[in-house]
Design a protein around this ligand. Sequence first.
Ligand code: UT7
Length: 328
Amino acid sequence: MKAVITSTAKYLPDSVLNNHDLEQILDTNDEWIRTRTGIRERRILKDPEKATSFMCSEVARKLIEKRGITADDIDLIIVATMSPDMIFPSTACLVQKNISASNAWAFDLSGACSGFIYALHTGAQFIAAGTHKKVLVIGGEKMSAVMDYTDRTTCVLFGDGAAGVLIEPGTDEEHGVLDARLYSDGKGCDNLCMPGGGSLHPTSHETVDQKLHYLQQDGRQVFKSAVVAMADVALEIMTRNNLSAKDIDFLIPHQANHRIIQATAERMGIGLEHVAVNIDRYGNTSAATIPICIAELDEAGKLHRGSSLILVSFGAGYTWGGIYLTWV
Ligand code: UT7
């Protein structure tokens, strides 16, 4: 049984932080950020009382409402995030509480920027096994909470947001999540991480002084690996499924850098008109980038029965992967 996407939704906070705002607080400039990354602005969840679970709960409510079901119909909630409200309990449990999904079980999945792809593949297994009928798969991040706004090499890149899909069993073998290739390589662990706050460096005055509670990235190293891995996995998905560029309606890549997106599309032979791009408006929202793109394409009426999508991502871990699916 294939898992099909039956509802999509997104939540972006209203507050906009644009490149010119960052020029006021950092030694950076709009031209550098735009030409190196493609980002013009990003959204920030400013309310200190609200965090990732708030945005994911908004997404969950919309997914349920759009499908015309109730929260009691949900069997499972998977939240992909690297910026959970707290280490435990899981953000997914907080979402379950907020929407009163009393029949669901819920867990977080830690796959960084590949979190949504990992979570969609995981959720699809529960549908394929026939044990679950309605699974919410949500990617959500309050990246502003783990940014050092004095570090121009990282804070200009990331933004806040959440989005997700409802998956259910399809009625045929031709539509839905048709193929997935997921990878990880822990050797990349030091190049993109948040070292503080875990059991290795529990939060202390010292870890805070050393800024270990912020995301740290060796951008150049990650860039090199991401360009190769995203294109390779996209081509692998195409080969495994006998797809040529003309068979693909939309490439939906993780939105970390416009140059990485372009390189992936070029290797696949796909024109940019078939590539979902919103990095200019939201920056890198980590696990939320791909479902935000899916929700926007859906809202714009661009997804029809049979539309074929390839999702690809790369992130901390390293983690990377691709999914091939067709729309219902
Ligand atoms: O989503 C998870 C996966 N993450 C990624 O895929 C991100 C991958 N990496 C990247 O996207 C890029 O490496 C960055 C956008 C992070 C950086 O772009 P880059 O072209 O690799 O720049 P760079 O790190 O090589 O830095 C070039 C110069 C440096 O100055 P020097 O050493 O050449 O004098 C930096 O200090 O740009 C400087 N720089 C900045 N200048 C103005 C770095 N950040 C900034 C900034 N504004 N914000």
